[in-house]
Design a protein around this ligand. Structure first.
Ligand SMILES: NC(=O)c1ccc[n+]([C@@H]2O[C@H](COP(=O)([O-])OP(=O)(O)OC[C@H]3O[C@@H](n4cnc5c(N)ncnc54)[C@H](O)[C@@H]3O)[C@@H](O)[C@H]2O)c1
Length: 380
């Protein structure tokens, strides 16, 4: 595609140790920050101490739910926040972005939600947001959406607005050094999926192609090393960069069937997003490759899958691609779907939710219900 729009965070600050820039970045954007952190804000006590006395701090306990975000919006309004900071994993960054935009918009969250709500436009621009990731996976620091779980509907959905792109993405790989292996695995495989799906999507552009290619190379070089030795700062830097590039790619090209499934399965199980993506990735690639070959053996997406194989493993081809993914998922001990809490009896429901998901539209080939069920069976 040579007709495209590309949008990203207002500014990207990247590098080991760059978290030290946070106070100066805050000073340039506001004076009453509302800071979202994860369940363990003490991990970042030294950094939070640099932000002065006029901050309100709010903890996100897990992947955010509709009632939690509604409570966060009320707290940010009460604080009269003029700036929101997200310091944590993707769940925290999403919560920060959702609160920052909902604080300024008058209707209820559900009016703006896709799938379960009216999907009304978020007409008023967001408060400025600084996104500081402490995992390397989601790329939420450079995306224009926030994901929220609705326990009532058993689904996770997005709110979207161009103004939800953070004013600043502050990415310091040192902040990810404390991630335990299971979180390194799930978030790293999320970044991999977010580089691969936009790369083979019909919505890919020359800019997202370049981002995905480099992101896949960085995953190939860093993921297994960071899992084996969490203190390896070079490997952590590769993954933080891959995650950042993956977010830029997904925000400007579409995703695909893995993410089409992930929102629904996340809502049904509460399992970590990255682990769900990891469990589905190999089977989805296999199904897509077979459907594409049946449709047109010269389909351009087939060549893209083969190139992805080279970026990840050093060897061009779809066989090296599948081998690398399957070996990595097994090495990183990612459980299958049943282990993640999705029993076979709920596979049909997961397929229905996937078929309605917006990400499914980015898949390089349309998949029918039987193919979708086949992916779940092969990922069980
Ligand atoms: N907006 C987007 O573009 C986008 C894209 C992909 C995923 N998401 C969303 O992001 C969320 C997943 O984010 P995630 O994979 O980062 O997981 P997460 O934010 O749920 O964090 C996983 C766990 O890691 C812990 N953690 C975070 N940083 C740590 C650190 N430095 N050391 C030790 N533990 C740490 C957290 O406390 C949490 O228990 C999901 O809700 C998903 O839907 C959003």
């Amino acid at each position: 595609m040579t007709d495209f729009v590309f949008a990203t965070a207002g500014r990207i600050v990247f590098g080991p140790g760059r978290a030290r820039d946070l106070p100066a970045l805050v000073a340039g954007l506001g004076s009453r920050p509302f800071v979202c952190t994860g369940a363990h804000p003490e991990r970042h006590a030294a950094l939070l101490d640099t932000l002065g006395p006029d901050l309100a701090q709010w903890s996100v306990r897990g992947e955010p739910t509709v009632p939690e975000i509604q409570a966060g919006v009320a707290a940010a309004r009460e604080h009269r926040a003029d700036l929101v900071i997200g310091l944590g994993g993707g769940a925290v960054l999403d919560a920060a972005k959702l609160i920052a935009v909902l604080v300024r918009n008058p209707a209820d969250l559900l009016d703006y939600a896709e799938v379960i709500g009216a999907g009304a436009p978020l007409g008023v621009p967001s408060l400025p947001t600084i996104a500081v990731p402490t995992t390397a996976g989601t790329g939420s620091e450079v995306t224009a959406n926030g994901v929220v779980a609705s326990p009532e509907h058993e689904v996770k959905v997005s709110l979207r607005s161009p103004s939800m792109l953070p004013a600043v993405a502050l990415v310091d790989p040192e902040l990810t050094l404390g991630c335990p292996p299971a979180i390194t695995a799930a978030s790293g495989l999320d970044a991999l999926t977010q580089c691969l799906e936009p790369f083979v999507s019909p919505a890919a552009t020359p800019i997202t192609d370049a981002l995905c290619a480099e992101g896949l190379r960085r995953v190939g070089s860093g993921l297994r090393r960071a899992y084996a030795d969490g203190a390896d700062l070079d490997a952590r830097t590769d993954l933080s960069l891959a995650a950042l590039l993956s977010g830029m790619a997904l925000a400007n090209a579409k995703l695909g069937a893995v993410h089409g499934f992930a929102g629904g399965i996340g809502g049904l199980t509460g399992a970590p997003h990255g682990a769900i993506c990891a469990a589905l990735l190999a089977a989805t690639c296999r199904t897509n490759l077979s459907a594409l070959s049946d449709l047109d053996p010269a389909h351009p997406a087939l060549g893209r899958y083969a190139a992805a194989g080279e970026f990840l493993s050093g060897e061009r081809g779809t066989v090296p691609l599948l081998e690398w993914i399957e070996e990595t998922v097994s090495l990183l001990q990612v459980p299958g779907l049943i282990g993640l809490g999705l029993p076979r009896e709920r596979f049909a429901e997961a397929c229905e939710k996937a078929a309605a998901a917006s990400s499914m539209k980015g898949n390089p080939v349309a998949l029918d219900r039987e193919q979708l069920l086949g992916i779940l069976e092969a990922s069980a």
